[in-house]
Write a protein that binds this ligand. Structure first.
Ligand SMILES: NC(=O)c1ccc[n+]([C@@H]2O[C@H](COP(=O)([O-])OP(=O)(O)OC[C@H]3O[C@@H](n4cnc5c(N)ncnc54)[C@H](O)[C@@H]3O)[C@@H](O)[C@H]2O)c1
Length: 448
């Protein structure tokens, strides 16, 4: 049926949208949805406040390595109650229960009845927030079920695997009016929060360029017969791109006000050859292990470049299969100076002593983030990733209790996760540029 004065039918529009996707070389799994391009803008959740409450009741899905360590962080925050735990492995649920009881809290209800028992946890009426720390493929089904059950979702990184899944999170958050927060702890690191303050105070001038990475030697972990060794190696067999973009990119996105005045526009990506994982496997794993038959597709080092709508550039890297020392780079460069982490160093235009890096010490009294000033010691004592896990959980629970809008929302989760699938697309097309969807539906220009 023709609409308004337009000569184009809905079917034609859908076809055009699908062709646009094809031109960009998008596969079905990743496609920009034609319906999405036509849909009337849904009501945004940007700035949407939590309902204030005196107690936050939390459910946890996934009581593996991450879920268990985060459980300890939740238990350290006042007025938080862990009501229910779910894991397909009964012993992991029981272990979490022991930890909770040892901390002096009431025993939680346990769900270990198979892959979909999390749906029963989500149906409970005594939960406000569900934290999801499961293998990547489960993040979106679990977050969507959580929101559809009327609870806010906190999902581990990366939030999703495909662009379609990123949209699913955005759509569901908007429709259900529930938040979906990606628990990007690196945004709460000591240096990251201090540098964010310095960026906002204008110390680096106008921002031009950032660099971000996840450089972490996970070879041994990837071949274990437990925890991430049971699932995290398989994406290296089926995918080629940046499998884990968010730890490095999250903080740089915050420096650059992504979704708050700027946005990621397009990306080009290149993967190196893939040899390291197989070489490590062949020298560490017995010849008769089925692991010896695996063929790894993912390049050992993936490098992407992102261009933002305001003309900034970001270099984004990923390697977990090469012998490298841990590094997220965390570089921000502007017209007045540059910061680079690992180790933390600073150079401001015109500083004393010429072109030499200095450390952050001189700036701490002025720019150390108030959260770190106030509870940094406690956070460090609790330990999770140098304290940033506690700061993140403390802050999120504070927002939920006081009825504030969260620091990061579903649009941030989608934007920072998208370089995963986008890098795969670019790599598969000889490093061709691929466009970021605008998950904010044109609301990214508004400063917050
Ligand atoms: N933010 C960080 O610093 C950080 C650190 C480590 C891991 N992670 C992320 O946390 C997530 C979990 O990683 P991990 O190291 O704990 O892995 P893990 O394998 O140790 O734990 C995953 C748990 O999920 C459970 N599980 C699997 N399918 C399930 C289902 N259908 N229902 C309920 N439980 C299910 C498993 O039994 C396991 O206990 C991943 O997304 C990972 O990327 C984040």
């Amino acid at each position: 049926m023709k609409k308004g004065g337009s000569n184009i039918t809905r079917r034609e529009l859908l076809k055009t949208a699908a062709m646009a996707g094809a031109t960009l070389g998008l596969t079905d799994r990743h496609s920009l949805r034609a319906e999405e391009m036509l849909a009337p803008p849904a009501s945004t959740v940007i700035g949407m406040k939590f309902e204030p409450r005196s107690m936050v009741r939390v459910g946890i899905i996934g009581a593996g390595a991450r879920g268990t360590s985060m459980l300890a962080e939740f238990l350290g925050v006042e007025n938080v109650q862990i009501t229910a735990i779910c894991d397909i492995v009964k012993d992991k649920c029981l272990n979490a229960q022991r930890v909770i009881e040892k901390a002096g809290h009431k025993a939680p209800s346990l769900y270990f009845g198979g892959d979909h028992d999390f749906e029963n946890l989500c149906r409970r009426d005594d939960l406000d927030f569900v934290y999801i720390a499961t293998p990547w493929d489960w993040h979106v089904p679990m977050a969507v079920t959580t929101m559809k059950s009327g609870k806010h979702a906190g999902v581990e990184v990366p939030a999703a695997v495909t662009l379609k899944e990123c949209w699913e999170l955005v759509d569901t958050s908007e429709k259900t009016r529930r938040h979906c927060i990606m628990m990007e702890n690196c945004c709460y690191g000591y240096n990251e929060m201090m540098v964010l303050n310095m960026v906002r105070a204008g110390l680096f001038g106008e921002l031009i360029h950032g660099e971000a990475a996840y450089i972490h030697d996970l070879r041994s972990l990837l071949f274990e017969d437990q925890s991430e060794g049971l699932w995290r190696r398989f994406p290296h067999v089926t995918r080629d791109g940046n499998l884990y973009p968010t730890h490095g990119l999250g903080p740089v996105a915050q420096y650059m006000d992504i979704n708050r005045g700027d946005r990621f526009d397009y990306l080009v990506s290149m993967s190196s050859l893939s040899v390291s994982l197989a070489e490590y496997r062949d020298s560490h794993i017995p010849a008769d292990s089925p692991k010896r038959k695996e063929k790894y597709k993912c390049g050992d080092i993936n490098t992407s470049m992102i261009k933002t709508a305001n003309g900034r550039t970001i270099m984004l890297q990923h390697t977990v299969s090469t012998p490298r020392t841990y590094d997220r780079i965390n570089l921000i460069s502007g017209t007045k100076g540059v910061f680079r982490d690992y180790p933390a160093r600073l150079f401001l235009d015109g500083q004393e002593g010429g072109e030499k890096w200095t450390n952050l010490d001189k700036h701490k009294p002025q720019y150390e983030h108030p959260l770190w000033k106030n509870i940094g010691e406690l956070a460090r004592r609790r330990g999770g990733h140098g304290g940033m896990d506690f700061i993140m959980v403390y802050r999120l629970m504070q927002c939920m209790r006081e009825g504030l809008a969260p620091d990061m929302d579903v649009y941030d989760a989608a934007a920072v996760t998208a370089p995963g699938p986008l890098s795969e697309m670019s790599v598969s097309q000889g490093s061709a540029p691929v466009k970021f969807p605008d998950f904010t539906r044109a609301k990214w220009k508004e400063a917050r």
